[in-house]
Design a protein around this ligand. Structure first.
Ligand SMILES: C[S@@+](CC[C@H](N)C(=O)[O-])C[C@H]1O[C@@H](n2cnc3c(N)ncnc32)[C@H](O)[C@@H]1O
Length: 348
C-alpha cells in the first residue's frame, strides 16, 4: 500500500505532483486551481520554494492549508501552525518509519478478523497498516487526543478505501472512552510510551479495555545514527535536552520510555518482551528518504543549539545544511540507521 497516495492534497489522477528532481515550479503553480492543495515531495532550495509560493500567491492559488514537504520544510512560510508542522513531520518521516512498523506488525501476528485499538494514532498511518494486517473482517479504532489530526486522518482513510475497517475517535489514553474488555489487542506507536505522568495508571487503563489474553504493544523510537564519522558530535547532540526529549533530567529513571518492561511487569501483564527493529539507509538516498533524514536532523536536534559549543553547532549546521559543501547526505558512502523498540505484554 502506498500511503502517500492516500494523503489529502495529492489529487491522484488530476495533479498528483511527485517531484523527484528538477524544479518544475511553473507547472506546479499553473496546474493548481484556486483552493487546491499544493503537496510537494521534493528536494529543492529554499529560494525555489519561495518562487513557487509567490507565484501561487500572485495567482491567488494559496489553499486554506498547504502541505509542502521539502528539505527546509520548517522554514516554509506556508506552514502556518505548529499542528501543520507536526502533521508534516509525521508524513515526511513516514517512509523511514513505515518499514519498521510493518515488520513490527508482522512480528505481532495479529489474528485475522480481530479488533484492535491504536492509541495516539495521529493522522492514522498505522491504523491503515494494522487494518491491512487483520484483513477485511477485522477492525481498527484509532484514538487521539488532538481532533485536528483525526480530521486530517479521516480524509486520508476515506481516500485509502479502508473506511469500513477503521474508525477514528477523539479521546485521552488516560481515560479511554471504551468499556472493559472491548478490544482484542492494543497498539500505540510513539504515544503511550511517553506518558506525561506516572506510567502505571496509564498502563492499567490500556489493559482495562483489552480482553484477557490480548496483546498490548508499545512502540518507541529508540535511537539513531545519522552522522557517520562524527560520533563525538552525535553523542553531544544526543546528550542535550533536545536529544533526550521527551524525557527530562528531572524525571525519575523508572519513567523513562526504555523502562516499559518494568511498567508492564508492575501492571501484572504476562509474557512481557521487547524487540528492536532497525532500519538502515545508505547512499544513493532516494528523495523521500533524504527528506525524512533531513526532518530527523531537525526533529532530534534542531533545538539543541543552546547546549552546544559554538564550534560544535557550526559543524552540525555545515553537515546538515543541504547547500553546504560538507552536507553529509551527499557523501557517496553515507550510511545511517534508526531503531524502534516494541514492548509487548499479554493481558490476563
Ligand atoms: C508522535 S505522534 C504519533 C502518531 C502515530 N502513532 C504515528 O506514529 O504516526 C503522538 C500522538 O499521540 C497523541 N497523544 C498525545 N497524548 C495523548 C493522550 N493523552 N491520549 C491520546 N493521544 C495522545 C498526539 O496527539 C499525537 O497524535
Amino acid at each position: 500500500m502506498d500511503l502517500f497516495r492516500a494523503v489529502p492534497g495529492v489529487k491522484c489522477g488530476r495533479i498528483g505532483v511527485r517531484a523527484q528532481t528538477g524544479y518544475g515550479d511553473t507547472s506546479f503553480s499553473q496546474a493548481l486551481h484556486n483552493g487546491d492543495s499544493l503537496f510537494l515531495v521534493c528536494r529543492q532550495h529554499q529560494n525555489v520554494h519561495d518562487k513557487v509560493y509567490s507565484r501561487c500567491k500572485k495567482r491567488r492559488q494559496m489553499p486554506f492549508y498547504c502541505f509542502i514537504i521539502h528539505t527546509n520544510f520548517y522554514k516554509m512560510r506556508a506552514m502556518s501552525t505548529t499542528l501543520d508542522r507536526y502533521i508534516q513531520n509525521l508524513i515526511v518521516t513516514e517512509p523511514l518509519m513505515q518499514p519498521l512498523f510493518k515488520e513490527a506488525i508482522q512480528a505481532l501476528d495479529l489474528p485475522p478478523g480481530s479488533r484492535g485499538l491504536d492509541v495516539g494514532c495521529g493522522i492514522g498511518f498505522q491504523c491503515l497498516l494494522l487494518a491491512d494486517a487483520v484483513g477485511p473482517e477485522g477492525h481498527v479504532t484509532g484514538l487521539d487526543i488532538t481532533p485536528e489530526f483525526l480530521t486530517y486522518g479521516a480524509e486520508m482513510i476515506k481516500n485509502s478505501g479502508f473506511m469500513s475497517r477503521v474508525t477514528l475517535e477523539n479521546g485521552d489514553m488516560n481515560a479511554l472512552p471504551f468499556g472493559d474488555n472491548t478490544f482484542d489487542w492494543l497498539w500505540s506507536a510513539n504515544c503511550a510510551g511517553y506518558p506525561a505522568r506516572e506510567p502505571l495508571p496509564m498502563v492499567k487503563e490500556l489493559a482495562r479495555v483489552i480482553k484477557p489474553g490480548g496483546k498490548i504493544a508499545l512502540l518507541i523510537y529508540a535511537s539513531q545514527m545519522l552522522l557517520p564519522g562524527y560520533p563525538a558530535l552525535e553523542a553531544r547532540l544526543n546528550a542535550t535536552p533536545a536529544g533526550i526529549a521527551p524525557f527530562t533530567a528531572e524525571m525519575k529513571p523508572e519513567t523513562h520510555h526504555m523502562r516499559v518492561l518494568g511498567w508492564f511487569q508492575r501492571a501484572g501483564l504476562e509474557d512481557v518482551s521487547v524487540q528492536t527493529f532497525v532500519g538502515g539507509f545508505h547512499s544513493p538516498l532516494s528523495d523521500e528518504i533524504r527528506s525524512a533524514v533531513e526532518a530527523l536532523f531537525d526533529m532530534r536536534w534542531g533545538s539543541a543549539e543552546p547546549e552546544m559549543r559554538q564550534e560544535e553547532w557550526a559543524l552540525f549546521r555545515r553537515l546538515t545544511k543541504p547547500n553546504s559543501p560538507e552536507y553529509i547526505l551527499n557523501l557517496p558512502g553515507y550510511y545511517g540507521f534508526i531503531a524502534v523498540s516494541m514492548f509487548r505484554g499479554k493481558v490476563v
